[in-house]
Design a protein around this ligand. Sequence first.
Ligand SMILES: Nc1nc2c(ncn2[C@@H]2O[C@@H]3COP(=O)(O)O[C@H]4[C@@H](O)[C@H](n5cnc6c(=O)[nH]c(N)nc65)O[C@@H]4COP(=O)(O)O[C@H]3[C@H]2O)c(=O)[nH]1
Length: 726
Amino acid sequence: MERNDILPVLYDLVVTIGSEISVKPLLTRTLQRLLYHTSFSAGFICLDIAPCNQPGEQVEVRLDAVVGDFDLIGEIGKYVALPSALICKPAGNESEQTELLSTLRCTQARYGAYLRLPIDHRSVIVLLAAEKPATSLPLATMLQPVLAHLAKAIVLCRNNDAYTSDLVSERDLLEQVFESSYSGVLITDSRRHIIEVNPAFTRITGYRAEEVQGKDPRILASGRHDHDYYQKMWYDIEHNGHWEGEIWNRRSNGEVYPSWLNINPVHDKDGKLLYYVGLFSDISKRKEAEAQIHQLAFYDPLTNLPNRRLLIERLQQAFSLEARTGQHGAVLFLDLDNFKTLNDTKGHDVGDRLLVEVAQRLNTCVRDGDTVARLGGDEFVVILGSLSQISDEAAAQADTVAEKIRDLLSQPYRLDQYVHYSTPSIGIVLFRGHQQSLDDVLKYADTAMYQAKTAGRNTIRFYDPVMQAAIEARAELAEELRHALERQQLCLHYQIQMDNRLHPLGAEVLLRWQHPQRGLISPGQFIPLAEETGHIVPIGLWVLQTACTQLKAWQGDALTRDLTLAVNVSAKQFRSPNFVAQVRHALLESGAKPELLKLELTESIVLENVEDAIAKMRELKLLGVSFSMDDFGTGYSSLQYLKQLPLDQIKIDQSFVRDIVNDANDAAIVQTIIAMSEVLGLDVIAEGVENEAQREFLDLRGCHAFQGYLFGRPVPLQEFEARLRG
Ligand SMILES: Nc1nc2c(ncn2[C@@H]2O[C@@H]3COP(=O)(O)O[C@H]4[C@@H](O)[C@H](n5cnc6c(=O)[nH]c(N)nc65)O[C@@H]4COP(=O)(O)O[C@H]3[C@H]2O)c(=O)[nH]1
């Protein structure tokens, strides 16, 4: 190559270098051009060479580009061991080159000459040939400017490569997000023609990309939203740069579904609108779940009627409405007469069917804006709204609806093979605005219903404040009773029991409540209340413990040591699973003799669960405790169970004793009870003996034990003991 030839070569190389933007093609094309112009047959480029100082050593270099030698091409990107003289040192004379290259294993000693062109301090181009091509000039020197240019180009291309690789990974990431997103993505051009959708769009809408591309997104519209809705949506997008909201669309199969949609416009850096991007998710499942939760939270699952919670909400609304209009509203509280019997005899399934049918009938009796709710069990509430402003008229309107309900609910029900007859008891209370509290209105309606029930069922009653006052007083008493024990307001009175020779046999302990304001309250008033609230259990236990302590205290005195104490046991107390343990514990703790403790049970307690009663009685009898059957004759009085029970005594109820002398019926009953006790080997005692005639009658018929005012009223302990001594 002559000096004059080199300029076009340099120009060609510079153009080649300048036209590449990526390292790999830059190196390859530069090598190709060099081989072409210099007549070398092969060449390679190594960048980033570590400094090599020892002349004889091998250096590890990476082949970044190779041209012309297929063996070496196979090594591109890999590290190969090459003589350091070839890579780092200026080329020697021809014989030295041949010798050096003969040791090159990787090129199979194919080359005898090379040209080494350093690009910068760390890179080199090595051109190889079987023998050195004829050139009159030192090529290394001539090519120097272009190599400096190449060094700069490598740096630029490397930066460019790094940038491109970042862009590619960014694009890959976006593409992956787009493809795998769970949300549907829809991209339109600025004229709102769909240009791209993702697979989630297809999954949700049922439309494939090619079916919607070029079309207006309006093809998805369900028709559920009016023109204004869309206008507002586009207004927000154009003016606020964003819209987000619930939208009902239609799938390709025609199904309408709710979705949550975000729309954003995309602009270029000059603010020119390029695209609209819509991102949406199918919220039909969420909506279904919400509806289900709402249904569960606000509706009764059996009848689908509003439940108590929704009833309260509706009542609140009705209060507000009537407050504005000045009209009356009414609450009807309904309960089905004898529903429990149907449930107990025919089973809950049949009971449920009746409730469903009642719910349906109730709904046909009221207007659209009215509410029919089920509170639970067989209790229903109806709210009637917009009744007259005049209370008499409003009452008449409510009464008309109640009559209609009563009439319809009294029609026969066909439940499976049964024809069932049911009637309701209905309580009504009127309301207007917020004059009464919501709780009060419901409470008053309940009271009125209760009144309807006690008035003989199948009845309608308006709320009566006098009755409400009685109920409230009762509730107050219950609350006070809760604290009576801890406040030490309870005490025991003792009523003597005697034999026919007027020897004291013992006493019945009778509970009294010394109320700080109301004075002495008799058990007839508070025992049923304590039964209802469950307070009878701790109270009963206290009576038992006090009686046992008293028995123990009497042990030291000859006058009292053989006296028995009869203790009344309530149903709830007896039913409690640890009743036996409680009695045993009371006896042990006090040290009382079990033979002196007599437990009084009533027929109803025992009849509730005869087997359980027998088991408990047997256990207690093993301890030595005895049993008396209280109020005998007033209930079922079955000889059958009487035989099975481990009783010791039968107590003739005072209702028979009262007229025993004058009423032949009572006399006959008492005689039968005495005879029956004899047959069964049981003691018999009569209670309520008030006069000598009664006592004599009983004594003559074989009843020799008595309790009653004739012998002594129930009195406090000191009085009782004084009387024994006197
Ligand atoms: N007219 C009349 N009445 C007489 C005569 N002799 C006694 N009495 C009353 O008849 C009731 C007899 O008690 P009971 O049948 O067990 O009926 C008791 C019993 O069922 C219940 N009771 C009382 N104390 C307790 C208790 O500690 N626990 C439980 N569970 N119930 C109790 O309260 C009921 C009523 O008790 P009290 O008011 O003390 O009423 C007592 C007593 O005062 C008489 O000659 N004429």
